[in-house]
Design a protein around this ligand. Structure first.
Ligand code: T4K
Length: 370
């Protein structure tokens, strides 16, 4: 295929994201301390310092660092004593939201999403509640906060627990408070592809006794004297991962700033040809760059054309989780199914130049205008 100048392929592939990382020297500084101490795990000084720094950064006091965002949700369910029954959740998410429920021997009950925010639609939650419902597990999709007030009012009315999968939502606030401060418990992912990352990693946010229980569950069910007081697991973050987190944390504001500029550049060019997620400006961290095409056909055309110029967007989240046979028997969620068929996350990361963003956006605009 021959392209006009505007469509010439990029020399190196451009993927949906690249890890945001500190200069190597600042990581090495932390690693040197680890080597000197000989402490590599078991909630050592780097993990404790990372939790303290995250608390300071987010203005909270509830951070418990763990192995990843998936085990964080499983541990959250355990800490809330949810070991069976139904959990109301969203079909528009990464599989981990749902697999965490299934691994804890509970049943996911899908409630459709809002077509504009992409989050679970609170207006549809009540009709899905049964005698077996134990909790609502909602996701702040692409960092867009759920309607927490409405969700928590329903939960209170029916005596349900609320868990927020905040995998994407690091740094996001709602009504002036960290989004991780809402619900009974929240979780986040610090995977390499996330805004703030520790390579692999995550955290659970809980208060008071629940926080102490999470810490115990993280460490085989030990209390602070190494007595077994609970049935736990091994959910500990290592000192190596915490070191990377300590070095990366200071980048976070600049990462958000760069991704916001990328978002604005895409939006400036694509505003008339695609749809964007509806969100409140101050409550978004731009960690993903989702666009909605008018049809699945248009979405696949964009994917193929970008591939031809060495650009690799991702269809997060396709398919809608209610469509996956291995998950559970199909129940219709038409809005999520429709979103999933048309969603595309475009490249967005620190080292991506605005010039390249402009070129990608213009290519999309050209294809869609034909
Ligand atoms: N809840 C939600 C709503 C989630 O989205 C996720 C995870 C979770 C829970 C669970 O959290 P974790 O247990 O993962 O902590 C990624 C991530 O594995 C996953 O964390 C994330 N959500 C999901 C949406 O996407 P892929 O399939 O995109 O990874 P991959 O290997 O295709 O990487 C995409 C691009 O990122 C690469 O082309 C290049 C770049 N990259 C990737 C890796 C692995 C890097 O620059 N460095 C790297 O180390 O999964």
């Amino acid at each position: 295929m021959t392209y006009p100048q505007q469509l010439s392929p990029f020399e190196s592939p451009i993927y949906v994201t690249r890890a945001s990382v500190c200069p190597l020297e600042s990581y090495v500084q932390h690693l040197t301390n680890v080597w000197e101490s000989g402490i590599f795990t078991h909630n050592g000084p780097k993990v404790q310092l990372l939790e303290k720094k995250i608390n300071e950064y987010l203005g909270i006091n509830s951070t418990v660092a763990v192995t990843n965002g998936t085990i964080a949700m499983q541990m959250a369910l355990r800490a809330l004593d949810i070991t069976d029954g139904e959990i109301i959740t969203t079909p528009f998410s990464w599989i981990a939201t749902c697999s965490a429920i299934l691994w804890e021997r509970c049943e996911p009950v899908f409630v459709d999403v809002d077509p504009n925010t992409f989050n679970i639609d609170p207006e549809k939650i009540e009709q899905a509640i049964t005698k077996r419902t134990k909790a609502i597990l909602a996701v702040h999709v692409f960092s867009n906060p759920c309607e927490v007030g409405k969700i928590e009012a329903i939960a209170q009315k029916y005596g349900l627990k609320v868990i927020y999968d905040g995998a994407h939502a690091f740094g996001v606030k709602h009504k002036g408070r960290s989004i991780f401060d809402w619900g009974d418990i929240s979780t986040v992912s610090f995977h390499a592809t996330k805004l703030f990352n520790t390579g692999e990693g995550g955290a659970i946010f809980a208060q008071g006794e629940l926080k102490e229980r999470v810490k115990s569950i993280r460490f085989f069910g030990h209390d602070s004297h190494k007595q077994i007081v609970d049935i736990g697991c091994n959910g500990k973050m290592t000192e190596i991962h915490a070191s990377l987190g300590l070095a990366n944390l200071s980048l976070t504001d600049s990462v958000v700033k760069k991704r916001r500029a990328i978002y604005q550049t895409y939006k400036g060019i694509l505003d008339n040809c695609v749809e964007f997620q509806h969100f409140v400006q101050d409550s978004y961290n731009y960690s993903y760059m989702p666009i909605l095409l008018k049809s699945e056909e248009a979405c696949l055309l964009v994917v193929q054309t970008l591939k031809n110029i060495n650009v690799f967007p991702r269809r997060y989240f396709y398919p809608s989780l209610n469509m996956i046979k291995a998950v559970k028997q199909y129940t219709p969620c038409p809005i999520s199914e429709n979103l999933s068929s048309r969603i595309l996350c475009l490249p967005s990361y620190n080292d991506l130049s605005l010039h390249d963003v402009e070129k990608i956006a213009k290519v999309i605009a050209v294809i869609l205008s034909n």
